[in-house]
Design a protein around this ligand. Structure first.
Ligand SMILES: Cc1cc2nc3c(=O)[nH]c(=O)nc-3n(C[C@H](O)[C@H](O)[C@H](O)COP(=O)(O)OP(=O)(O)OC[C@H]3O[C@@H](n4cnc5c(N)ncnc54)[C@H](O)[C@@H]3O)c2cc1C
Length: 452
């Protein structure tokens, strides 16, 4: 029998879901001596996108996107690092080369997160699905955090709906395929990052004009997974299926994920017409994913289309692309600014289910809720971060009423305007400078009373 390591601790928090947000909430609470039970339904039950029993599983891409400070997601990552985020720590320890992006070996990443939490005496991990907000197992806890992600199990989703009153929304996310390195035709491909020919971070499959149009045609005509099985299908702009991009125009792909700029094919000495980029899945580079090739084509159509890519004619697909429902709630209506369910005090939501979009954003949301709850238990006032920080701007999105509330990636557009004119590059610098100052003040005034 598993003994609850935190049973001598007075405060106990139940965190439902050991994904990115749930792991961050748990980490911050435990660091502050607060007992946490994580209820994770894997491995007894898997969502349609999860397939590993570890905590902190990355379901699709292995990238945390740009690591450049002068971008919304770069700034958010810097703030998370300052707040000693577990996800950022795990990402640093398990990163794989990916140019200007922060990408990780997903296996090692999840192992790191799982081990870090398992080792904390305040944390107990129970492998059990929580069937509803009123599940009796939650009665012993003074606070409950629902961090069940965009693929929250059905019965818990229904129970949340009953409580908040049918304010749930849906959209759909697609997953990109992975190929094994030993099945790639290495004579046709080359390593390089855009504008950095020496880099071996991306593997490039060059396409001439004819090959590009042939691939586009296959994407357009390939059979798709029946949309009827997904009720009203609505996609997130940041994660559009590759075939949807192909439909938007002849050159949309060539100007988008297949853009060849900054890449020279060493075989010809020229810039190809288009380039499919592959990114390593692990440090050993035995597996590569097709960047931007998330898709809802049938498996058969995917194989037909993707084997038209030069170098991938005989590819062995270790994972094929797929599409999944992505659930989030109308947070500005249903939640307090502190992510508590308005009509159920003591129950909080964190992560993608609140309407933030992306690994980094989900983890950041969990990190903030962890700090806030730790503050509550320790009598340290932790208010929302200033709106001109990346985290503050992101959280503001969750409390800003909108007619058509949509999930949101972090970006500078969420921050208040600068009130001064400047060129694009300078504007980014100004956003970052202002955010850094505000963060520092907030941290010193409010958060420094917590353990990190
Ligand atoms: C198919 C798909 C692909 C995506 N691809 C990307 C991508 O490439 N890049 C990106 O940045 N973002 C992506 N996202 C968006 C999102 O950022 C991730 O889903 C992210 O993992 C969300 O973090 P989370 O902590 O909120 O939820 P998750 O990481 O999904 O964690 C939720 C956890 O809760 C558990 N759980 C669910 N219900 C219960 C229950 N009732 N009881 C107990 N445990 C439960 C699950 O097993 C899971 O472990 C994708 C989303 C989907 C659906």
């Amino acid at each position: 029998m598993i003994r609850y390591k935190g049973e001598k601790l007075q405060q106990k928090v139940a965190v439902i879901g050991g994904g990115l947000a749930g792991s961050e909430v748990t980490w911050k609470l435990a660091q502050n001596g607060i007992g946490v039970t994580v209820f994770e339904m894997k491995p007894a039950k898997f969502s349609p996108a999860h397939n590993d029993d570890k905590l902190g599983e990355l379901v699709c891409s292995n990238s945390f996107r740009s690591d450049m400070l002068f971008s919304g997601v770069g700034l958010l990552k810097q703030e998370m690092r300052k707040a000693k985020s577990l996800v950022m720590q795990a990402a640093e320890e398990t990163r794989v080369p990916a140019g200007k992006a922060l990408a990780v070996d997903r296996e090692r990443f999840a192992e790191y997160v799982t081990r870090a939490l398992q080792e904390l005496p305040e944390v107990e991990i129970v492998r059990q699905e929580i069937s509803g907000i009123d599940d009796p197992v939650l009665n012993d806890y003074s606070s409950v955090v629902i961090a069940t992600g965009p693929l929250c199990s059905d019965s818990l989703t229904d129970s949340i709906l009953n409580v908040i009153g049918n304010q749930e929304l849906y959209f759909y996310d697609a997953i990109a395929p992975i190929v094994s390195a030993d099945s790639i035709d290495w004579d046709k491909v080359f390593f390089a990052s855009r504008y950095d020919p020496e880099s071996s971070d991306y593997l490039n499959c060059p396409l001439n004009e004819e090959e590009y149009y042939r691939l586009r045609q296959a994407l357009l005509t390939g059979e798709r997974v029946n949309p009827e099985s997904f009720e009203s299908e609505k996609h997130f702009e940041g994660c559009l299926p590759v075939e949807t991009l192909a439909e938007r125009g002849e050159m949309t792909l060539a100007f988008g994920p297949l853009k060849p700029v900054g890449l020279e094919d060493p075989g010809t000495g020229e810039t190809p017409f288009a380039v499919v980029q592959l990114r390593a899945e692990n440090l050993e580079k035995t597996m590569f994913n097709l960047v931007g090739f998330q898709t809802k084509l049938t498996y058969r159509a995917q194989k037909e289309a993707f084997t038209l890519i030069p170098g991938l004619e005989n590819a062995n697909f270790l994972r094929l692309g797929s599409i999944h429902r992505n659930t989030y709630i109308n947070s500005p209506q249903a939640l307090t600014p502190y992510l508590g369910i308005k009509n159920r005090p003591g129950i909080y939501l964190a992560g993608q289910i609140t309407g933030v979009e992306g690994y980094v954003e989900s983890a950041a949301c969990g990190l903030w809720l962890g700090l806030y709850l730790a503050g509550k238990y320790k009598d340290v006032q932790v208010d929302l971060p200033p709106e001109d920080t990346a985290l503050g701007g992101l959280l503001k999105h969750l409390r800003t009423p909108a007619k058509d509330f949509q999930p949101m990636n972090v970006n500078f557009g969420l921050l208040p305007p600068l009130n001064q004119k400047a060129k694009k590059r300078r504007r980014k610098e100004l956003y970052v400078q202002r955010a850094e100052q505000s963060w520092q003040q907030w941290w010193e005034n409010q958060v420094s009373g917590l353990a990190l």
